[in-house]
Write a protein of this length. Structure first.
Length: 347
């Protein structure tokens, strides 16, 4: 009898316990569904190691900020790659406008310019990432006061520092190749800066350009045929997208390729120099959140970064006949830190 009574009491307690648990779960779900949700459009110019890294860190930071603030930043349904095609990007952005997203995060200059044009009337906030020259690209009035519905982060390149490293590594350079795409606004200023630097030093240069991987590959062949001593590429997404296809040509010719981002070095270039793209992605997300929380976008300054990190591809360094320790010692005065990598497709 006592056993039956005890079993009955335990059954009742289990029912109440399950009911309480169910009630608690339903309450948590209700709270979750009641959380404020923001639609965040993310549009990447093309799939490459640099822009992939930015996108990944934007998303990670949005998740972290959402948990911290008790809100949801819904980017899963609104993240796209434009595949380096203006028509595709225009279609993507038009769809995001139709979806009435709360903010758009375009990654790279061409994408930001399309977003700017598409939001002039509806004034959806645009927080760009990795725009090298926001003023020159006519995205903002000034770096300190953008003046409209657009701001973001800049990966402006310290071109002079790259050439200082180039000459520190090889003081006897006579001819430099300039490899870039004329279609990318982000390359214009650093190429102008490169020419001015080389002119001042009395060093000859050869320009070769391409608008896709095949053209870039042909441009590399031409630079090799010109017997250049080194090659410079700024933060150019067209060349970045081709790097895995071209780096071996430079390796075979024993030509060091100096570039404007660590992702180039990851994909085989001798040296990449520039901003921490993981940090840039995080900062871009933080800016977008601040604006969604009420900050005035027109007076939110464009965020710039210290261009001080050099990344050396140790595989390539050895293959082109350079001593890693000697290279690090030569470039150390021109950088804030030196990283090493080996050739891989992505971070």
């Amino acid at each position: 009898m006592k056993r039956k009574l005890l079993a009955g009491i335990m059954s009742v307690m289990m029912v109440f316990g399950l009911a309480a648990c169910s009630s608690s779960t339903e309450s948590d779900e209700a709270k979750s569904s009641d959380a404020k949700s923001y639609k965040v459009g993310i549009v990447k110019y093309v799939d490459d190691a640099s822009l992939d890294q930015i996108e990944e860190n934007v998303q990670k930071e949005l998740d972290a900020k959402g948990e911290e603030l008790g809100v949801k930043f819904d980017y899963a349904d609104y993240t796209f790659s434009g595949q380096a095609d203006a028509t595709t990007i225009n279609s993507i952005v038009a769809q995001l406008v139709s979806d009435e997203v709360d903010v758009i995060i375009p990654i790279a200059t061409p994408t930001a310019q399309i977003c700017q044009s598409a939001t002039e009337e509806n004034q959806i906030p645009v927080v760009f990432a990795a725009v090298s020259d926001p003023v020159g690209a006519k995205l903002v009035d000034s770096m300190d006061a953008p003046g409209a519905n657009i701001t973001g982060t800049s990966d402006a390149l310290n071109t002079e520092a790259i050439f200082d490293m180039m000459l520190a590594t090889n003081p006897d350079i006579k001819k430099v190749g300039l490899l870039y795409s004329k279609s990318e606004d982000s390359s214009k200023k650093p190429i102008e800066d490169a020419k001015a630097y080389l002119d001042a030093k009395g060093i000859a240069y050869v320009e070769k350009t391409g608008t896709d991987t095949n053209e870039v590959t042909s441009a590399v062949d031409a630079l090799v045929a010109e017997n250049v001593d080194a090659v410079f590429t700024p933060t150019d997404n067209t060349v970045m997208n081709a790097e895995l296809s071209i780096y071996e040509k430079f390796v075979e010719a024993k030509i060091p390729h100096y570039t404007g981002a660590d992702s180039f070095a990851l994909n085989g270039a001798f040296l990449g120099f520039g901003v921490d793209y993981a940090g840039l992605g995080k900062e871009t997300a933080d800016m977008a959140v601040e604006i969604l929380m009420g900050a005035d976008i027109s007076s939110t300054p464009v965020k710039t970064f210290d261009n001080g990190i050099a990344t050396i591809n140790t595989d390539t360094c050895s293959a082109i006949g350079l001593d890693l320790d000697a290279v690090k010692k030569a470039i150390e005065p021109h950088v804030t830190s030196i990283n090493e990598t080996t050739t891989k497709e992505s971070f």
